[in-house]
Design a protein. Structure first.
Length: 629
């Protein structure tokens, strides 16, 4: 167990490492590489500027190139602007900016003021890139300090439950437990125990076991007993997903922060949209307009009562803002944000009886404490056998920073864990290896999926297509040896990528092109490395045979596929070398995610001579139908 003090020390190591890496990358990585890594848009064009509903001055940007490259810009991320001079030098602008929201081709960025915009207007070769995220670290350090110094309050009590000897408390079991016949028995028990837990409960949801369904049901039941709950997750995408599921149940959701995907469906839940739609907003907007007009007046044009006018208008604006804010929160049953977003000033002073943390196994402990500071009890939901938090510093990772709060509690307070043990995604063959290796063989395939296979597919549903290193290969695409493309961009195996596409094409032909189209069979191509993903995408774009199936094929990294599923999944493992090095494939949680995305068929492509030096891959290989390439 990593103590709170040790957490702060490790977080400081991570902070320094990430900061230094950012500075190094800024100095040595070219703009083209940053664009490919999704950390930069270049060139960008200014579409328009305006004051948004929260009175922030923002500028709307667009990019016309590289829109197929997935970017890492999202709400709250710090960014900086630059332009490239005629001599090729990069000039960075000194002011700070932040993302309000971003889609595939458009982004809205807040600026300090209109003066900053004046520096950008009419500039040629303008770009925007991610800045070092100082704010998130600041929020986490502040949260850890509050936890460490807490005495004689609820925060101190929860700290002692999570990290100390204090035993978690549960309410007296109801004489008539909740009966929820649309759930299975493990889900129903989890919901009942969420309702009765006084301090903490963990809903452990392995792949396909209906974690989100159970969580939504639990939140609904808690809201029958409490006026409002706080729901958080590590990422904007996870917050959006749970918010959508709750809204579909007719629950009023208030989304703090911008959704990761800017759609009308998601925007209607945001604080900004609710604020803008409030009946008191038009008079507030008029007052703000008058304030801007007055402040823009030259001293010679100001009247004798100028300062009194400013004061009265500001006082009236503050009164309206408070009234609108109070109304918005009073009419929301669920307040939803990222964990770091729980530090938003809108939540200052607010307390909730219950906090739900979804995808808790991907969240740094320090980030969880930001949200826990608002709550009296915590319900964690997730799976610590899937993707862990992202830790950049090897020293911090070895020190234990990657151990999540959910994992710590599950280890030290096992009585708080409720395992969901019936999965509805995979047939029995695809589920069994993951269940045996990661979950002690405790998972069961639901009757409706246990023996479900693709019609017409007579082959074994779990296959491994072998590759081998060819020292005499004439080109990279006829060899299966990995190549390193450097600077955290990852590794690529061009021969394996080509084989992956060939395998997909052969499978579609064997099943029948028209059947695949008619039955809308969907495919996922997964690789742990971003460079391999982008190379695979380029091969698909160049394939005339796959053109009719493009909407049925998704290609992405393991991390991006978490929470998703496809009928057929092909996994390109990339690693192929003479010394058996497999890098972060040794973190088996990542492989657990990749393997459990498939509903009906899983095809693994990789080098057994490299991978099978590891016991996990050796065991997996032995359970697959092996196909020689």
């Amino acid at each position: 167990m990593v103590s709170i003090k040790r957490q702060r020390e490790l977080l400081r190591i991570e902070y320094e490492y990430v900061k230094n890496e950012y500075q190094r990358a800024t100095e040595y990585i070219g703009i083209g590489r940053k664009v490919k890594r999704g950390e930069c848009w270049y060139p960008v064009h200014i579409e328009r500027s305006y004051y948004n509903s929260l009175n922030d001055f923002v500028v709307e940007l667009s990019r016309s190139t590289d829109t197929d490259i997935e970017h890492n810009f999202e709400y709250g991320r710090s960014v900086c602007f630059f332009n490239i001079a005629a001599d090729g030098s990069i000039n960075y602008y000194p002011f700070k900016s932040a993302v309000s929201y971003a889609s595939d081709s458009k982004m809205v960025v807040s600026l300090p003021d209109a003066i900053a915009l004046g520096q950008l207007i009419d500039k040629q070769n303008l770009g925007v890139q991610l800045n070092f995220d100082e704010q998130s670290f600041t929020c986490m350090f502040d949260a850890l300090s509050r936890v460490e110094s807490a005495t004689d309050n609820r925060l101190a009590y929860l700290r002692n439950v999570f990290h100390g000897s204090q035993k978690p408390q549960f309410g007296t079991a109801s004489a008539v437990p909740l009966r929820l016949p649309w759930l299975n028995s493990s889900q129903e028990k989890a919901v009942n125990d969420v309702v009765s837990a006084r301090d903490v409960l963990i809903v452990h949801g392995p792949p396909g076991t209906g974690k989100t369904t159970t969580l939504v049901e639990a939140i609904s039941e808690v809201l029958r007993r409490e006026p409002q709950v706080l729901v958080c997750a590590q990422s904007n995408a996870a917050v959006d997903w749970i918010s959508q599921q709750l809204a579909q149940r007719g629950i009023s959701v208030l989304r703090i922060g911008s959704p990761s995907r800017v759609t009308d469906d998601m925007l209607q839940y945001t604080y900004e949209k609710r604020f803008e739609s409030h009946p008191d907003y038009p008079p507030l907007w008029a007052i703000r307009r008058d304030l801007r007009r007055l402040r823009a007046l030259k001293p010679s044009a100001r009247t004798a009562n100028y300062h009194q006018q400013i004061y009265r208008l500001r006082e009236r604006a503050d009164e309206l803002e408070i009234r609108i804010r109070q109304s918005i929160f009073d009419n929301s049953r669920v307040v939803a944000s990222t964990l770091v977003g729980a530090a938003n000033q809108l939540l200052t002073g607010l307390r909730f009886n219950t906090l739900f943390i979804d995808e808790a196994a991907q969240a740094l402990e320090a980030a969880c404490w930001i949200a826990i500071g608002h709550a009296d009890r915590v319900i964690f939901a997730g799976d610590h056998c899937q993707l862990p938090p992202t830790i950049k510093s090897p020293v911090a990772l070895r020190g234990g920073l990657g151990q999540t709060l959910m994992e710590t509690i599950a280890e030290n307070k096992p009585e708080t864990v409720r395992l969901l043990n019936v999965q509805y995604r995979m047939n029995e063959v695809l589920m069994r290896f993951s269940s045996d290796w990661f979950y002690g063989g405790k998972l069961f395939a639901a009757a409706e999926v246990k023996d479900r296979f693709l019609p017409g597919d007579t082959e074994y549903p779990l296959q491994w297509v072998e590759t081998s290193i060819n020292a005499d290969a004439e080109s990279a695409e006829s060899d299966f040896r990995e190549a390193y493309v450097g600077l955290s961009y990852g590794r690529v195996n061009r021969g394996e990528a080509k084989l992956t596409i060939e395998t997909l094409c052969l499978y579609i032909k064997s099943m029948g092109v028209q059947r695949i189209i008619d039955e809308r069979t969907d495919f996922g191509i997964i690789s742990p490395y971003r460079a391999q993903v982008q190379y695979l995408r380029s091969l698909i774009r160049r394939s005339s045979f796959l053109h009719p199936f493009r909407k049925q094929i998704s290609v992405n990294t393991v991390d991006a596929f978490q929470g998703q599923e496809r009928d057929v999944v092909v996994v390109s493992l990339v690693r192929a070398n003479d010394n058996g090095q497999i890098g972060f494939l040794a973190d088996l949680r990542r492989m657990n995610v990749a393997m459990t995305r498939a509903r009906l068929k899983l095809i693994i492509i990789g080098s057994p001579e490299t991978l099978c030096k590891h016991e996990f891959y050796k065991k997996l290989y032995s359970q697959c139908e092996v196909i020689k390439s």
